[in-house]
Ligand binder design. Sequence first.
Ligand code: SF4
Length: 234
Amino acid sequence: MKIFTEEELLPLSLIQHLLFCQRRAALVEIEGLWEDNLFTVEGTHLHQKVDDDLSLESRGDLRVTRGLMLHSFELGLSGKADVVEFHRLSEAAVVSSLTPEGKAVGIPVAGARGVWRPYPVDYKRGRLRYEEGFEAQLCAQALCLEEMLGVAVPEGAIYYGKPRRRLVVMFDDHLRTNTRDAARRLHELVGSGKTPQARYEKKCDSCSLLSLCMPKVTGSTKSVSKYLSRVLAD
Ligand code: SF4
């Protein structure tokens, strides 16, 4: 198994872009393009509300941290978590200190009794819905926490801003495999330095990079930068 160095870590948020569209991940990471639209502005606002409040909340069996920096040398990813909750496990739930996979079932928290389990929560704009990239990005955060703390993280949630509701996500083997595979493909894509060709699909209409990518126009060329250079040269 390849273990990445600190210099090789890529932004964890690229997992979501890659699973939405490989070209979008390449435009962001390889070509350095980004443009806010309604979706990302509202999403950023939600994140800012999370980032602005850096206090540690403490309520009974719950501790809430915001803006925790995460990394995984196995996935080659790093990024900031919106929220990581720590849930105190009931004594009845702790039948053994280790899971069958050899991870701790919970970790101690300073000044509190018992053991606690991390529970990542990612903030998203809009209505409650399933998106492969959202789940994989959250799972990548769980894998980071497991690697950093040596503790099992079996579950997390995506919080949707409009209905103010959570979608619980179980980090099963299928999702973990998909997430690891996405991280591997992301490193291959960025390592290649090549932006995949544009291909217009329905999802392009909600893409934050639509006006820069121009999939209906640039379909025959791989790079937005090269396309613009060609237009300017013409
Ligand atoms: S506009 Fe379409 S092809 Fe271009 S980056 Fe977005 S989803 Fe991908």
